[in-house]
Design a protein around this ligand. Structure first.
Ligand SMILES: *[C@@H]1O[C@H](CO)[C@@H](O)[C@H](O)[C@H]1NC(C)=O
Ligand SMILES: *[C@@H]1O[C@H](CO)[C@@H](O)[C@H](O)[C@H]1NC(C)=O
Ligand SMILES: *[C@@H]1O[C@H](CO)[C@@H](O)[C@H](O)[C@H]1NC(C)=O
Ligand SMILES: *[C@@H]1O[C@H](CO)[C@@H](O)[C@H](O)[C@H]1NC(C)=O
Length: 685
């Protein structure tokens, strides 16, 4: 039942597709409320701006920084997100009054929680904008109560709730990137909550350390004992373009305690470099929007850590487009260990000055280097080289979608290989589940997450639970991530010693199959994949089951035994027959076949929607098979048996073929839209 309704859902949607399809078109699309793509929402009339998310390690509790409140949401239940407790934390009337007297809009004066991090086993550290006078506090994660005396939040949290910031706590110390003043023009990367011999650190006021940045994210790499910050800023080294935005990665060492005389209480290990998301001979996608870290596979060195980022362009020629680039930690490290540019303080021009290297900027342990060395690192913090993306190319580009957020995950397929999957959120409120194959990015499916487009503020992936949480101004949505995919090579799918599949119609080494509820499949390279219901489904049993259904279908198609009955279509002679064939996906093309017979264009009309029309005559009675072709792979979509109406025949649908479709025999004259156009198989591309 469900499969049919889902299929018709998909088919219905296909009718509205734009004719301009690129390789990056999602194969299938699930509108809001589609069965099998169950979303769970949380919102409440007295809660808004639920934009900062923090997931407990076991994935059962989601802490949410909202407006004037911190929430603990129980997300351990399958069908609901339940509010466990709520901590109110709002500015006083007096604070609000002062905020609005300073000329701020009342709507921006509440306490927007913008930092929410686990401090230790019992406490969360939280900071909010607090009427343009940021504050921080310790919150007991069990009872959701806070200590009475809040900390000053300067340098830890923005004043202005519309400014982006980043914060991460490692070993009880808070590392932040934010603006540290009321006007919003003193950006700083700093460390707080340091104790004992360790001191709080910040950037020196040296010209050029940060140039009007927008902070995006920060990432802790344990093996390096470094924190990396990602942001965009004005690229003053490009003085030929006014306000050219560049994306940056910067680093600091956790062991840093500042210099003894020079750079006291300042970073001695700060260095920054340009992240270049650019294809040869094209304008760069220069503005980073979001970035996520993909840790190396088990056993692989930390250098294999990857960062996947979304980039947009500052130029209108690329407006509305976005690109994904990935960067390897090893490449970032190599740029930071190379040469550095130098700023001429008189002309304010950057240059690559070949000079004696007194120190290696960015190297950990510089805090007790000589004053001379520290003066050198104070001047040499912008790496000369740019960090180029993996493979020196873009991971993907979307001409149609402005992606704003992403998270990345590595999944293991039945063949034990690992594949990278990106979950990309579009500005229009859709999630694109995308697998990265050798041949390129492939959007497996699109799931509508929001009815109305709305700015997404944060996204958290719960790998263990197979769920993604999306925070917006209006609530939290949980999206299943596990309807993933499974990729396999033909030789790995065996039943005993005999390959289950040997499909003459497939490309060499390719076989295909699928699991519900997604009634489709595809093939790329020598692999193909099927959407899965859950992580547990990635096992041999299900693979074989899925492949079994494929081989059955194909056996049927090639008449290895007898042709299955197919859907019976009873017609009278001279009646116009119309056989439907829904597209398996947006990337597929439909093709009709008859056993031992050619479909002459004189007799058959191939309609644009993939259906077939003809007049019932003694020669046109018989079996019809609709095949769908996608990336060179074919699958059977429908089998019909057109028979002359005579004695009443039992209507027996075939049992082991899938996508079953309902034939729509028609007695109407061929007056359907599309009739008369294109006598050959219509091409969806
Ligand atoms: C966690 O930090 C808080 C605040 O500093 C402190 O009161 C508490 O004792 C700490 N808990 C543990 C388990 O260390
Ligand atoms: C694309 O999205 C980004 C981030 O949400 C936004 O700043 C930008 O204005 C958008 N661009 C277009 C052309 O919609
Ligand atoms: C450098 O500083 C560390 C403390 O961070 C100290 O243990 C070490 O002895 C210092 N090294 C030198 C050469 O002074
Ligand atoms: C808070 O949410 C409202 C919508 O509920 C939105 O209009 C406003 O921009 C949000 N404020 C901030 C600071 O994000």
């Amino acid at each position: 039942m469900e499969n049919h309704s889902l299929l018709s859902f998909t088919v219905a949607l296909l009718g509205f597709l734009s004719p301009c399809l690129t390789r990056l078109t999602p194969r299938v699309s699930f509108p809001l409320g589609s069965p099998g793509r169950h979303l769970t929402h949380f919102s409440s009339h007295d809660v808004s701006n639920t934009t900062t998310l923090l997931l407990s390690e076991d994935g059962d509790m989601l802490y949410v920084g909202a407006r004037d409140a911190v929430l603990a949401l129980d997300v351990g239940q399958k069908d609901a997100i339940v509010l466990r407790s709520k901590l109110d934390w709002s500015p006083s009337e007096k604070d609000l009054e002062q905020c609005s007297m300073k000329g701020k809009k009342m709507a921006d004066c509440p306490n927007f929680i913008r930092v929410l991090q686990f401090l230790n086993a019992t406490h969360i550290y939280a900071c909010g904008t607090f009427a343009f006078s940021p504050r921080c506090t310790y919150i007991n994660s069990e009872t959701l109560t806070m200590n009475l005396k809040p900390d000053e939040g300067r340098g830890r949290c923005p004043y202005d709730p519309y400014q982006r910031n980043t914060a991460i706590i490692v070993d009880g110390e808070l590392y932040t990137g934010t603006v540290a003043d009321y006007r919003g023009n003193r950006p700083v990367i700093s460390r707080h909550l340091s104790e004992g011999r360790r001191v709080d650190l910040k950037l020196d006021d040296t010209l050029g350390w940060l140039e009007d940045p927008t902070f995006i994210s920060s990432s802790f790499i344990p093996d390096e004992e470094k924190i990396y910050f990602f942001f965009s800023e004005v690229g003053r080294e490009y003085d030929f373009i006014d306000k050219f935005i560049v994306s940056r990665v910067s680093q600091i060492c956790m062991s840093d305690v500042g210099g003894q005389r020079t750079l006291q209480r300042r970073w001695t290990t700060f260095a920054k470099a340009q992240l270049l998301c650019q294809a040869d001979n094209e304008l760069p996608y220069n503005v980073i929007q979001d970035i996520d870290t993909l840790p190396p596979a088990d056993g692989a060195p930390a250098d294999h850590t990857l960062f996947y980022g979304i980039f947009t362009s500052q130029w209108s020629v690329n407006s509305g487009r976005s690109a994904v680039c990935s960067f390897r930690l090893a490449d970032i490290k190599s740029v930071f260990s190379g040469n550095y540019k130098v700023l001429n303080r008189d002309t304010l021009q950057w240059s690559t000055r070949v000079q004696e290297k007194v120190a290696n900027p960015g190297e950990c342990g510089l805090h007790n280097a000589s004053d001379n060395a520290l003066r050198f690192v104070k001047e040499n913090f912008l790496a000369d080289d740019s960090v180029r993306p993996v493979g020196r190319s873009l991971t993907m580009v979307s001409a149609e979608h402005n992606y704003s957020h992403l998270t990345v995950q590595r999944v293991q397929a039945a063949n034990n290989r690992h594949y990278t999957v990106l979950f990309l959120l579009t500005e229009s409120g859709h999630m694109h589940k995308t697998v990265l194959l050798q041949s390129g990015a492939h959007i497996i499916e699109e799931v509508q997450v929001f009815e109305q487009p709305q700015p997404i503020k944060s996204m958290k992936l719960s790998i263990s639970k197979g769920l993604i949480y999306v925070g917006t101004s209006e609530g939290v949505v949980r999206v299943p991530s596990r309807q993933l995919l499974l990729l396999l090579d033909l030789p790995s799918v065996r039943s005993g010693s005999r390959p289950l599949l040997r499909l003459g119609s497939c490309q060499q080494g390719v076989c295909g199959g699928l699991q519900q509820p997604d009634q489709s499949m595809t093939a790329t390279d020598s692999k193909f994949y099927f959407p899965l219901l859950s992580g547990q489904d990635i096992d041999r049993g299900n693979v074989e089951e899925a492949c079994n259904s494929v081989s059955l279908t194909h056996r049927a198609r090639f008449g290895l035994n007898t042709l299955p009955a197919g859907e019976l279509v009873s017609v009278s002679l001279n009646e116009v027959v119309w056989l439907q064939c829904p597209a398996a996906s947006r990337l597929s093309q439909q093709l009709w076949e008859r056993p031992n017979s050619r479909l002459s264009p004189d007799l058959y009309l191939h309609l644009e929607d993939g259906s077939l029309s003809f007049v019932a005559t003694p020669t046109t009675l018989g079996h019809y098979i609709c095949l769908s072709t996608e990336n060179g792979y074919q699958q059977t979509i429908a089998i019909y048996h057109v028979k002359q109406k005579s004695s009443p025949v039992a209507h027996t649908p075939t049992s082991n073929t899938w996508p079953q479709t309902h034939p729509v025999p028609t007695t109407k004259a061929a007056a359907r839209p599309g009739t008369g156009r294109g006598l050959h198989t219509s091409v969806r591309a």
